[in-house]
Design a binder for this molecule. Structure first.
Ligand code: FAD
Length: 292
């Protein structure tokens, strides 16, 4: 099944994102979370594509194992960083051979972070839109792309950023998933700009549950997303009571999800950090039903 067909079936999509584990212990933790979340029958699950050889091999292995050994539909992330066209073709070929039909086509970041200047591989690709074209040319893949409610850190303007997303849709992208964000109006603003450009692909909001302030500050910094004062205030007023901080973070994320779904978002994509508990709590607390 492709993510496109699953979304077209009319139910709201809900999905979980994982990262490739570094070692055996990480692999066990990942599979525990995957099996616990499998019970919720997500629309799809995805595994990020890391920087560097061995994590990349793990991404491919985990994604293939999800396709073969679980009831879940995998979405394989792929980035252009340090890859020639030839290498990208071969990674896409190995996904196809394992029965993976859904690919999230990304540019990826330089090791200095998302705002640093990006240098393409000499025989590689400069922008994600070129990877969308490459994947589409290699078979009947369903292709997703990244979207940025606050604008990509190196985009000139929000309008320009929406134009980039529209270009990716025109190149064949079937849907988009957003970077993490905290203000629903940023998400709705992006959808409005996209609609004004004549593009109507589903844009699935990406949700990062807050379980402690230090962690969310770090994730916001890495992604270039802004941590708004009202979020910091609500979470930090619980000072050093970790259970209360966590409960407030879960409540914040649940409110955000409800507002997004009520406003017409086509689903939710959770950044799980390879743990299942916070995501399951948010999911259980939603007012609007999602999924089939
Ligand atoms: P692009 O769409 O190529 O955009 C990159 C920059 O170039 C933007 O500033 C854009 O405005 C600009 N641009 C694009 N096209 C043009 C053009 N024609 N002319 C001028 N400027 C242009 N990273 C990983 O390394 N691995 C992952 O697995 C991963 N998963 C992600 C999942 C999601 C849901 C999201 C939102 C991000 C993910 N990322 C991942 C991070 C992503 O790789 C970075 O955010 C990266 O900086 C941008 O990727 P992109 O695909 O949006 O690039």
């Amino acid at each position: 099944e492709t993510v496109r067909d699953l979304i077209a079936a009319g139910e709201r999509s809900f999905s979980f994102e994982f990262f490739p584990p570094k070692d055996e212990q990480g692999e066990r933790q990942l599979w525990t979370a995957l099996r616990e979340l499998e019970a919720l029958q997500p629309t799809f699950v995805s595994v990020t594509y890391g920087a560097g050889g061995s994590t990349r091999d793990r991404t491919v292995r985990v994604t293939e194992r999800i396709a073969q050994d679980t009831s879940m539909t995998p979405l394989a992330h792929l980035t252009c960083v340090d890859h020639s066209r030839e290498t990208l073709r071969s990674v896409i070929g190995s996904y196809a051979a394992a029965g993976v039909r859904n690919v999230l086509a990304l540019r990826g970041d330089p090791s200095e972070g998302p705002a640093a200047p990006y240098t393409a591989h000499p025989e590689g690709l400069r922008y994600a839109v070129e990877l969308v074209e490459l994947v589409k040319s290699l078979g009947d893949f369903c292709v997703g792309v990244a979207a940025f409610p606050e604008g990509h850190p190196s985009a000139e303007s929000l309008d320009r950023d929406a134009w980039v997303l529209a270009e990716k849709a025109r190149a064949g992208a079937d849907f988009a998933i957003t970077q993490l964000f905290f203000r629903p109006e940023d998400y709705f603003g992006l959808v409005d700009r996209l609609t004004a450009l004549g593009v109507d692909i589903p844009v699935i909001p990406g949700i990062m549950p807050i379980t402690n302030l230090a962690q969310i500050r770090r994730m916001a910094e890495l992604s270039g997303a802004e941590l708004p004062p009202h979020v910091v205030e609500r979470v930090s007023k619980h000072g050093d009571d970790p259970a209360a901080v966590r409960a407030e973070g879960i409540a914040l994320a649940t409110e955000l999800c409800d507002t997004l779904l009520q406003g017409g978002a086509p689903g939710l994509h959770f950044y799980t950090l390879n743990r299942s508990k916070a995501t399951r709590e948010i999911f259980a607390g939603l007012r609007a039903p999602v999924g089939g």
